[in-house]
Design a protein around this ligand. Structure first.
Ligand code: MN
Ligand code: MN
Length: 473
């Protein structure tokens, strides 16, 4: 009897609604049009930030400016701060701590949100410039986990800093403004790739062949060698006062020169270089500078460096610069810093791989994050048998779920692909090692680590709302 069946079905549907996780449909279905409009507005601000900030140095400089304009002042060691005070600590121009002192100071622990501001790119070697077959080229050394073939035959701009022999640093930024020259790494024509296409991907593209094209005209003289290289050095000397040995005292990177763009007929997504991890850094920055209340506990946003190469170095998260900052804060309040850290909570704000229908075989659909599914909470990363990760506790996951749901934030969970498909890590483990409760909370990305990555505007806005709610909770 059909009526009876319908009744049974609706009972089952009701029970399913109460008991099942509803993650089969697009999360955006749960959002009102007004909410989506707000997400699009936030995304416009983010896209302006993306186009101005392509390296960690440029990002930190931009964020210091924003912080200063929002009443943050440079942190002074030994100074006693009171609730509501806003300070920043700029670590070597490449990492930044932003802090708002809470009503309770640091004695009950801190609320931390940490994202990284370095992205995969092509660095120059310390002695980069050479001439071959009447062309001038830069030797490069790639930075981070890139798929080398993706960086060939693309317009690249040159960003960074060079310290001249007299000690003065010179900022370099060539190729972002229309009319300025770009650079590129050439690719092999298909007509002559017969041997290359038979190789495995890891053998077909070699780091040592990733030399960037930087010039072709010789210095006008009938005699002499290396005249094309000489002409480039002459231009660099006239424009920036550089001599060749200055390259050894430099941090110069080639990054894609294109700007961020809307993706899709509905303009619902953003295509850009460097979403990983500026798509989390921007919400982390905005959450602390937009804070309109004095929080209960002291809140800290950290924009860190060197994540893409393992977090080593004095601007990376393995360095103790954050711990030292907490020590200084704790000392000024007469509290033990290790007690402060032990009572602290942290959102490690980093991207996860969004389920990609073009490569569905590497994803497990029940435990992947999806575009427009909202902010993604990644309980653990790592590879193989959870090697090299901090696995967030059930209790802390419970705290995060309650935080997100009580603030109506669209969220999802996600692993980084199938169990044995590969793996990766974030800074979460370095924070956990300081005895802090931490979980990864970030944004799903398509084409992660490609020169052109894709994220959703809705997910970006939910990340901003998530970090803001965490700071205010
Ligand atoms: Mn990342
Ligand atoms: Mn990455």
């Amino acid at each position: 009897m059909s009526g009876n069946n319908e009744e049974k079905k609706s009972k089952a549907e009701k029970l399913k609604q109460a008991l099942f996780l509803d993650n089969k449909k697009s999360g955006a279905l749960k959002l009102k049009e007004k909410h989506i409009k707000k997400a699009f507005d936030f995304a416009s601000d983010y896209m302006r930030f993306l186009d101005l900030c392509k390296t960690e140095r440029e990002t930190v400089e931009y964020c210091v400016d924003v912080a200063r304009n929002s009443s943050f002042s440079a942190f002074e060691r030994g100074k006693k701060y009171k609730p509501g005070d806003k300070v920043y600590l700029n670590n070597r121009g490449k990492a930044l701590i932003l802090c708002v002192v809470g009503k309770n100071g640091v004695k009950n622990g801190l609320k931390l949100s940490i994202a990284h501001v370095d992205s995969p790119r092509i660095d120059l070697k310390p002695n980069p410039l050479y001439e071959a077959n009447n062309l001038a080229l830069f030797k490069t050394h790639y930075y981070g986990g890139i798929r080398k073939y993706q960086w060939l035959a693309l317009p690249l701009s040159l960003h960074g800093v060079v310290v001249r022999k007299d000690g003065t640093p010179v900022k370099i930024n060539i190729g972002e403004v229309s009319g300025e020259p770009n650079f590129c790494i050439t690719d092999l024509l298909p007509h002559l790739a017969k041997e290359q296409v038979a190789k495995t991907l890891s053998k077909a593209f070699e780091g040592e062949s990733m030399n960037a094209l930087v010039g072709s005209l010789p210095f006008q003289d009938e005699k002499g060698t290396d005249l094309v290289k000489l002409n480039i050095m002459k231009i660099l000397n006239e424009k920036y006062g550089l001599i060749e040995s200055d390259f050894t005292c430099a941090e110069l990177s080639l990054v894609p020169s294109f700007k961020s763009v809307d993706i899709g007929f509905d303009s619902s997504m953003i295509g850009s270089y460097g979403h990983d991890d500026r798509v989390c850094a921007y919400p982390t920055l905005r959450s602390i500078v937009d804070l309109d209340v004095v929080p209960e506990e002291t809140v800290i946003s950290v924009l860190t460096d060197k994540e893409e190469i393992g977090s080593d170095g004095n601007t990376g998260m393995k360095c103790e610069y954050l711990k030292y900052f907490v020590m200084d804060l704790a000392k000024s309040e007469g509290v033990e810093y290790h007690h402060v850290l032990s009572d602290s909570k942290c959102l490690s704000s980093d991207v996860n791989a969004a389920f990609d229908p073009n490569y569905s075989s590497v994803f497990e659909p029940n435990n992947s994050s999806y575009i427009n599914g909202g902010v993604v909470v990644t309980k653990y990363t790592g590879s193989g048998g959870k090697s090299g990760t901090s696995d967030a506790s059930a209790e802390f996951m419970g705290y995060i779920r309650d935080l997100l749901e009580s603030n109506n934030i669209l969220w999802q969970t996600g692993e980084l692909g199938k169990v044995d498909a590969g793996g990766g890590g974030t800074i979460a483990k370095f924070i956990a090692n300081m005895n802090v409760d931490v979980v990864d909370l970030g944004i799903p990305v398509l084409s992660m680590h490609a020169p052109f990555e894709v994220v959703s505007k809705v997910d970006l806005y939910e990340a901003y709302r998530a970090v803001s709610s965490f700071f205010k909770a």
